[in-house]
Write a protein that binds this ligand. Structure first.
Ligand code: NAD
Length: 335
């Protein structure tokens, strides 16, 4: 059985999820939507059937010479599931359409948790999404934190996680907004929302987070300190991370001195320089005075992509956690 997947919103996340679905043998893309006939719509049309996300704008595509197969409502009739990749908060507005069409839906991290029956991260809570109709894949920062906490929690007892997020201000394509010269506490009032968001997928963790935006577009950076219950061997943690394909270790000795160098590596390593893995600096992993320290970088445009694929498998109960993650990893070249 191949699951028929629609992508509503072919932007930064949508185009990547579409291409990732296209690489799996148990699902296929039946169509993608765009709101306007811009260059992204033209590229989309070379790969996938194109539909108008907003029915009232359908004729603008025809006028621009782009052949569409209908509107989002037509697309939903052909789909078993829709992956909503519209801008934050718009997904919640789209939900009524999905309910009316009787299709399952995945929402992204820009939506509030209550848009779905469960929030999702494959390593943290795959089984919660099994058989569900509405699932929300948590945001890029939350995915990065959840993976680290989930793999450590399988082995150790964690007393308290403290994480500071140094966030890229916008994605590379954004030319309408940005922070040119400054460091922005985001939010000013502490703690940041990320801790509560992590708890949507790992409820029994004690965690506090702070976040700051800085003028870069490439990646987020996380400085994490975890108060551990007992002694931990740094080398054991290195081995645990080495064994988890969704975490990749980078070393200063190899020249990885910044996120710029990690992205330069990714440009050689992957199509569209997508780094689906947490990029953890090996030397940063250090147990000192009861606390485990970790510094990692997160490629915000890519990290949630494998999670969307696993969420689809869980919702149709196509595979268990290990099997699904293995399949996704193989198809996306996560080794
Ligand atoms: P984006 O702006 O790059 O893409 C959104 C797309 O949706 C655009 O093509 C836009 O035209 C389209 N759209 C607008 N209104 C729509 C509607 N009513 N129906 C359907 N499509 C519509 O945004 P993005 O960065 O891909 O973010 C999408 C979601 O993923 C958000 O919830 C965001 O919070 C989340 N997310 C983003 C990132 C990231 O760093 N970019 C990382 C993780 C999660």
């Amino acid at each position: 059985m191949r699951i028929k997947v629609a992508i509503n919103g072919y932007g930064t996340i949508g185009k990547r999820v579409a291409d990732a679905v296209n690489l799996q043998d148990d699902m296929e893309v039946v169509g993608v939507t765009k709101t306007k006939p811009d260059f992204e719509a033209k590229i989309a049309l070379k790969k996938y059937p194109l539909y108008a996300a907003l029915p009232e704008r359908a004729e603008t595509f025809e006028k621009a010479g782009l052949k569409i197969d209908g509107t989002i409502e037509d697309l939903l009739h052909k789909a078993d599931i829709v992956v909503d990749c519209s801008p934050g908060k718009v997904g919640a507005e789209n939900k009524a359409l999905y309910e009316k069409a009787g299709v399952k839906a995945i929402f992204q991290g820009g939506e509030k948790a209550n848009v779905a029956e469960t929030s999702f991260n494959a390593l943290a809570n795959y089984n919660k999404a099994v058989g569900k109709n509405f699932v929300r894949v948590v945001s890029c920062n939350t995915t990065g934190l959840a993976r680290i906490i989930a793999v450590l929690k399988d082995i150790y007892s964690l007393k308290k996680v403290r994480a500071t997020m140094i966030r890229r201000v916008v994605d590379p394509k954004e030319d309408k907004k940005g922070l040119v010269n400054g460091i922005m506490p985001d939010p000013v009032k502490l703690p940041s929302h990320h801790a509560e968001d992590v708890k949507t997928v790992i409820p029994d963790v004690s965690i506090v987070t702070t976040a700051f935006k800085v003028p870069t577009t490439l990646m987020h950076l996380h400085s994490i300190a975890i108060e551990m219950d007992g002694k931990v061997e740094t080398e054991d943690v290195v081995s645990i991370f080495e064994e988890e394909p969704r975490i990749m270790l980078f070393s200063g000795e190899d020249g990885f001195t910044s996120t710029a160098k990690i992205i330069e590596f990714a440009r050689e390593y992957r199509m569209r320089y997508d780094l689906f893995e947490n990029a953890v600096w090996r030397e940063s992993i250090n147990f000192h005075d009861g606390e485990l320290y970790i510094t990692q970088a997160i490629h915000q445009e890519a990290i949630v992509v494998p999670e969307n694929i696993d969420a689809i498998r869980a919702m149709f109960d196509l595979a268990d956690k290990q099997e699904s993650m293995k399949k996704t990893n193989r198809a996306l070249g996560i080794i």
